[in-house]
Design a binder for this molecule. Structure first.
Ligand code: GLY
Length: 422
């Protein structure tokens, strides 16, 4: 099987690495890829938001399966176009991808499916902002305001703050740039990401993971696209995990079938485990980054065959997933100034080694690897438990040099020390 992976992040590098372990995968192609993925796959530069360009590449490389990593081509309908051209594709069509692309749609689907989520309100008129802020946040009983960009913002459009001025200023800035604002009630409790492979009606859950969205240790500073993750989640009881699948993900998948837009791809439930049980923070329509890097490091089942089964509606016949014992930890090395505008063009050394997955990297004409984005590489450590996986990840990280680079030192630490309770 020849597999074309669309995307350029560490998530796609992790997918390629996992695919390379599948004995039925005979060829790997990536577009556009990065400086690290060229060792695993043939690379092509195409505009991944252009269905015509992606279809032309899939034809040229004779892809048997196309796996779309990022949300933007999915929301634009590239998966529909590929299926229309006769390709097997892992990734939802435009209608189902609205579960991530439109928060209003996601809320509507969740309400119809009876799934618990934060209460919310969309504000698109600055004149209504102050009154709406009064209905959320501390005066209304919540410990903080949750202000989101109601459009795709790669995780960076979210501000959670107990400071009303900061909440107002973020919301007003979004409105000024023409982006509607989503105000949500605050969900207490630790967060979990659960990725499910879905072929319409059959839902196959992967290991649960936790990611770290804030830039600094102890969850300080602004939100990012994700600074690290670990899997599995030792503090999540199995009955809650099973309940998330049966009472949240399966009803949402069934609701999408009912609406005539079945979801085929990776349905990502981001949840808060509150004192009243799990509640959905968000759904995404693709593998999460950086959780994928940790989750796939533990997957023993052949992922090419799994994603092909999802793309062809045959998940119900797929064998139960097999996982490696132990744990995996991912730590992201970010460029100077990230999550603000990152400095790029710095030479990075020590990154061409096992356990390092590339994201914002490019190869210069002289062969040097340089930073080209905010999250530069993800380092993945595995071990018999979280403590050992953490130790391994930070050991690998210590041999990488990136001027101005920064990372969190506490990824998975509280879980490893048994300090997370629900
Ligand atoms: N880990 C957050 C995301 O992928 O959106």
């Amino acid at each position: 099987m020849r597999v074309l992976v669309i995307g350029s992040g560490a998530r796609e590098h992790a997918l390629l690495l996992a695919l390379s372990r599948d004995p039925q995968v005979t060829g790997l192609i990536v577009a556009p890829g990065n400086a690290g993925t060229g060792r695993l796959a043939d690379q092509y530069q195409v505009d991944i938001t252009s269905a015509d360009e992606v279809i032309a590449l899939a034809r040229k490389v004779e892809a048997d399966l196309v796996v779309i990593g990022p949300e933007v081509p999915l929301v634009l309908g590239v998966a529909d176009a590929l299926r229309g051209a006769g390709f097997v594709c892992f990734g939802p069509g435009k209608d189902a991808a609205r579960i991530e692309g439109s928060k209003a749609f996601a809320k509507d689907v969740m309400a119809a499916a009876g799934v618990r989520t934060a209460t919310s309100e969309i504000v698109d008129n600055p004149a209504h902002l102050d009154a709406a802020l009064e209905r959320f946040g501390p005066p209304a009983g919540d410990p903080a305001w949750v202000v989101k960009d109601d459009s795709l913002a790669a995780g960076k459009g979210v501000v959670v703050t107990a400071d009303r001025d900061a909440a107002r200023s973020h919301a007003a800035g979004l409105l000024e740039s023409g982006h509607p604002v989503l105000l949500e009630s605050f969900l207490d409790g630790p967060e979990v990401s659960l990725f499910c492979v879905v072929d319409g009606s059959t839902v196959v859950p992967l290991l649960a993971a936790q990611d770290f969205k804030r830039v600094g240790d102890g969850d300080a500073g602004p939100n990012t696209g994700g600074m690290g993750a670990y899997a599995p989640v030792p503090w999540l009881p199995d009955d809650i995990y099973q309940g998330i699948v049966s009472r949240i993900v399966e009803p949402v998948a069934a609701e999408l079938v009912q609406r005539g837009s079945p979801f085929c791809g990776l349905l990502y439930a981001g949840l808060a485990i509150t004192s009243n049980g799990p509640a959905v923070v968000e759904f995404n329509c693709r593998f999460g980054d950086p959780e994928t890097q940790a989750v796939l490091a533990l997957l023993e089942s052949p992922i090419g065959q799994l994603l092909y089964a999802a793309g062809t509606g045959a998940l119900a016949e797929f064998d139960q997933l097999q996982w490696r014992d132990g744990a995996a930890v991912t730590v992201v090395l970010a460029a100077e100034n990230y999550p603000g505008r990152p400095r790029v063009g710095d030479v990075i050394t020590g990154s061409e080694t096992e356990g390092v997955l590339h994201a914002g990297t490019a190869r210069r004409d002289d062969g040097a690897i340089v930073s080209s984005g905010g999250r530069v590489v993800s380092v993945v450590g595995t071990g018999s438990d979280l403590a050992e996986a953490r130790q391994r990840a930070y050991e690998i990280l210590s041999s990488i040099r990136l001027p101005g680079g920064h990372f969190r030192t506490d990824i998975g630490q509280r879980a490893a020390e048994g300090k997370i309770t629900i």
